[in-house]
Design a protein around this ligand. Structure first.
Ligand SMILES: Nc1nc2c(c(=O)[nH]1)N[C@H]1C(S)=C(S)[C@@H](COP(=O)(O)OP(=O)(O)OC[C@H]3O[C@@H](n4cnc5c(=O)[nH]c(N)nc54)[C@H](O)[C@@H]3O)O[C@H]1N2
Ligand SMILES: Nc1nc2c(c(=O)[nH]1)N[C@H]1C(S)=C(S)[C@@H](COP(=O)(O)OP(=O)(O)OC[C@H]3O[C@@H](n4cnc5c(=O)[nH]c(N)nc54)[C@H](O)[C@@H]3O)O[C@H]1N2
Ligand SMILES: [Mo]
Length: 780
């Protein structure tokens, strides 16, 4: 059975590497979607489902957190959204018969791709050590087991409650309420590995940890900067506003070491003439290729030019470069900041940025000559040691010209998971704001825990050291998403109980605690039928728009439960009807939304507002130029540039790294979910264990393109971090850099290498050495 399936799912093409000549989206994307649809065994149904994506009365795309124009006629779905829907809406089943056929050890031999391809989880399952198999368990027994473990802990802080960003607002709200009533703030969540730095940085700078723009702002911007982001793959619906901006003469400035196809050219999939003529339009007007981690130096360089031009303008009586009215009315500490800008030497800026000075000047000119600027960023900015100061530097230059809280201007951290922003709004936060705790205490009858809980990295340490014994995951694939994979695996195996609430089989089910449960849940596309009828859930996008999502497909198993129902079941078994009647809430999710309305700012009249076509805007204080900071003003953050991008632990290792590695997504994956082994826009087919490097570097290191190598991290702590049998691909990448796919290279990211103030693993900056391959298989 397993070999037969493996053959069926094996890539059609042999490993191949050839540059891609097409534009992003367009025909190539349609071909790829068609292949995925036909492969799901549910083709016709899925096409109907797809047409309901992001439409009023339909469901929210489980792909990314990019928002849509509330007006009709815009692109509402994309190739990778289609893949995400199709992947969830499969007819294939991972049922008790499947688990009877496969022991856990035999499943561990399979690839991530194979595991998820087997289909939807259909039945609650409990691990049986004797047979090394998962066996069916009733929901009541599963809940009772969890309650027994949780209530048996010496302290509630010995449990960790992970959340992945697909959970709806309703599920996330109930989850945080349950966990806090149980008594801990241990909320490690995917955001800790993602946009945490954006939240931390912006809260200090402008008083709110979210983006300040809405979809409509993109139509009015004169310049859009895209930092460290690959929207062609990860946020395809963003290509449309970028292309539209170029067409109307706005600047679209990309800062990315890789020439990502979506940032170069875009073919509109809903534009017949363009598709027929195979035409395409550029999505950028300038492209800068920095050193990894060099972005803060670029922004600092831009600020230094602005300051120079401001002084020249003052001396010559010309119009000011800075927006003095805005600076006087709204900001604090600009003088301290400008002193730090003055003190930063050009030599350090050029060296650290990896750009020649004239390119930094060009970027500064494009910024200064635009009246309204939007700055977007994603993982290329947030997964570094100095991500918080980098994002604050972006906020600093935006403040200098009043580019926050004006139409067509603002900050836009482009979020990842479709409801990661909403989950935070609902209180999934290991360092909860005081207003949330006070609101919960006022509304409910329990003492809310006040101490800081664990983030992802702290949770791994706690499990490794035996300080945490129960691990519950509301979605996600913890063992594959986190750094230093063998240590995370050891952490999970140390637990007394691991509980995974999931849609699909993944490695986190196979690397488990002494007792282990798999609880199958409904996904975004499934109809959620409760006692009170079919239920909608709500989500929040990157632009703080909240809208409803209705599942469309009948679930393939009666045993699956919704996420809110599973959370309520665990809560009821653990706490009884304290502090709420959990199961009563589940009959009608309006009841959960009433509680949200009572306790979360911006949600008054939630049940009425959610009926608005297109949803409702939560508002953003910084966009309204209200600054929720201690000073009551927007703060310039006078951070120095890092004195050295290499960590002390890399220096202490005594061996200079060969290259600096960034770990990123291919076009055929959703985080740890691998849809296929191709990366179309980068020209890679049929393989994922590859390292992209500059040809000159490959030769310099004594290798040939195409050769198999081991990759080893440079980090002084006595551990070896190695992945084996990776193929070197000669690629157009700046000298000294390498790139490879996540999650295969997560074993190389040291758990201790985290962002200052964000604790985010530094997945975009790993010091590595390249060695002759020791064997052809890699370790998992
Ligand atoms: N189809 C699909 N969609 C997704 C996802 C998916 O896996 N698949 N994941 C979702 C999630 S959770 C997230 S967070 C987002 C991720 O969206 P992205 O942030 O676009 O994801 P990455 O693939 O990590 O790409 C990082 C980009 O940053 C660049 N980069 C790396 N290091 C640096 C640097 O130091 N400086 C600069 N300027 N650039 C750098 C890389 O070359 C790459 O283009 O996408 C979301 N959407
Ligand atoms: N090296 C490296 N590591 C990284 C990153 C990187 O760029 N480089 N990126 C980081 C980022 S940005 C993120 S966000 C994390 C992602 O980390 P996670 O969110 O933990 O990982 P995913 O791969 O998105 O989770 C996939 C699993 O979620 C389950 N699932 C899917 N849909 C649903 C649903 O609707 N409900 C429930 N309950 N379960 C569902 C399925 O079982 C599936 O196997 O990884 C991080 N790790
Ligand atoms: Mo993410």
């Amino acid at each position: 059975m397993s070999t037969e399936n493996l053959e069926k799912t094996a890539p059609a093409s042999a490993p191949r590497f050839k540059p891609y000549s097409g534009a992003a989206a367009g025909w190539g994307a349609l071909q790829s979607v068609t292949r995925a649809w036909l492969g799901s065994g549910n083709a016709l149904k899925n096409i109907r489902t797809m047409l309901k994506t992001n439409q009023n009365g339909g469901f929210d795309c489980p792909g990314c957190a990019w928002g849509d124009s509330p007006e009709s006629g815009m692109v509402k779905f994309c190739e990778n959204g289609a893949k995400a829907v199709n992947w969830e809406a499969t007819k294939r089943r991972v049922d008790p018969a499947f688990f009877a056929r496969h022991s856990v050890s035999s499943l561990l031999e399979q690839s991530d791709y194979w595991l998820e391809y087997q289909g939807r989880l259909t039945h609650p399952m409990m691990y049986d050590a004797q047979s090394d198999r998962y066996k069916p368990v009733s929901w009541d027994d599963a809940f009772a087991l969890i309650a027994r473990h949780l209530n048996g802990l010496e302290s509630p802080d010995q449990a960790e409650f992970y959340t992945s960003g697909r959970a709806s607002n309703e599920a996330a709200y109930l989850y945080q309420l349950f966990v806090r009533a149980f008594g801990t703030n241990n909320f490690p969540d995917c955001s800790n590995m993602c946009h945490e730095a954006s939240g931390v940085a912006l809260a200090q700078s402008v008083g709110v940890g979210k983006g300040t723009v809405t979809f409509a702002d993109f139509e009015h911007a004169d310049a859009i900067f895209v930092w460290g982001q690959n929207p062609g793959t990860n946020h395809p619906r963003m290509l449309e506003p970028l292309r539209e901006a170029v067409e109307r003469g706005a600047q679209v400035v990309c800062i990315n070491p890789l020439k990502e196809r979506g940032l170069e050219r875009f073919q509109h999939p809903q534009h017949p003439i363009e598709m027929l003529t195979n035409g395409n339009r550029p999505t950028n007007t300038a492209y800068f290729r920095p050193a990894l981690g060099g972005d803060m130096a670029i922004v600092r360089g831009m600020a230094k030019f602005l300051l120079q031009w401001e002084r020249e303008a003052q001396a010559n009586g010309e119009p000011a470069v800075f927006d003095h009215e805005f600076l006087n009315a709204h900001t604090a500490t600009v003088e301290e900041y400008l002193a730090v800008v003055d003190a930063t030497p050009w030599t350090q800026i050029v060296e650290q940025s990896g750009l020649p000075l004239y390119e930094i000047e060009q970027a500064a000119r494009m910024y200064a000559s635009a009246q309204r600027v939007i700055m977007c960023w994603a993982m290329g900015i947030t997964q570094h040691r100095h991500s918080v100061p980098t994002i604050q530097e972006i906020a600093n230059i935006m403040l200098l010209r009043g580019n926050i809280g004006a139409p067509g201007a603002g900050l836009c951290p482009v979020r990842g998971h479709s409801n990661v922003q909403g989950d935070r709004t609902m209180g999934i936060n290991e360092r909860p704001p005081a207003f949330l705790l006070e609101a919960l205490e006022k509304r409910f009858d329990f003492q809310v825990p006040r101490g800081s809980g664990h983030n992802v990295v702290e949770a791994i340490h706690a499990m490794l050291e035996g300080r945490a014994k129960v691990f519950v995951a509301l979605g996600g694939n913890f063992v594959q998403a986190t750094p230093d994979s063998p240590r995370t695996a050891e952490a999970l195996r140390n637990c007394e109980l691991t509980v995974q609430i999931s849609t699909k089989l993944n490695r986190s089910h196979l690397i488990h605690g002494k007792a282990a449960l798999i609880l199958p849940c409904l996904g975004r596309t499934d109809i959620d039928l409760q006692a009170g009828g079919p239920q909608a859930v709500t989500v929040e996008d990157s632009f703080s728009m909240v809208h409803a999502s209705f599942g469309q497909l009948r679930p393939i198993s009666e045993q699956m439960r919704s996420e809110p129902a599973i959370v309520a079941g665990i809560a009821q078994a653990t706490l009884g009807e304290r502090p709420v009647a959990w199961e009563w809430l589940i009959a009608d999710y309006n009841r959960i939304r009433e509680l949200i309305a009572d306790t979360i700012p911006g949600f008054t009249d939630f049940n009425q507002k959610v009926n608005n076509p297109g949803g409702f805007y939560l508002g953003n204080s910084a966009a309204a130029r209200r600054w929720n900071t201690p000073s009551g003003r927007a703060n310039f953050k006078p951070n120095p540039l890092p004195s050295d991008l290499l960590h002390e632990k890399v220096h202490a290792a005594g061996k200079a790294p060969d290259l600096i590695l960034q770990t990123m997504r291919s076009h055929d994956q959703y985080n740890t979910t691998i849809y296929g082994l191709d990366d179309r826009y980068r020209g890679v087919r049929g393989q994922r264990d590859v390292v992209f490097a500059n040809e000159a570097d490959i030769i310099r290191l004594g290798f040939q393109p195409g050769q198999k190598v081991d990759v080893v991290s440079v980090w002084e702590d006595g551990r070896e971090r190695r992945v084996k049998g990776f193929t070197l691909l000669a690629y157009d990448i700046p000298a000294g850099q390498a790139a490879a796919y996540y999650p295969e290279t997560n074993p190389l990211v040291p758990l201790e290498s985290v962002g200052a103030g964000s604790h985010t693993p530094t997945s975009k900056f790993v010091a590595i050495r390249v060695e002759r391959a020791s064997e052809s298989a890699r370790i998992i």
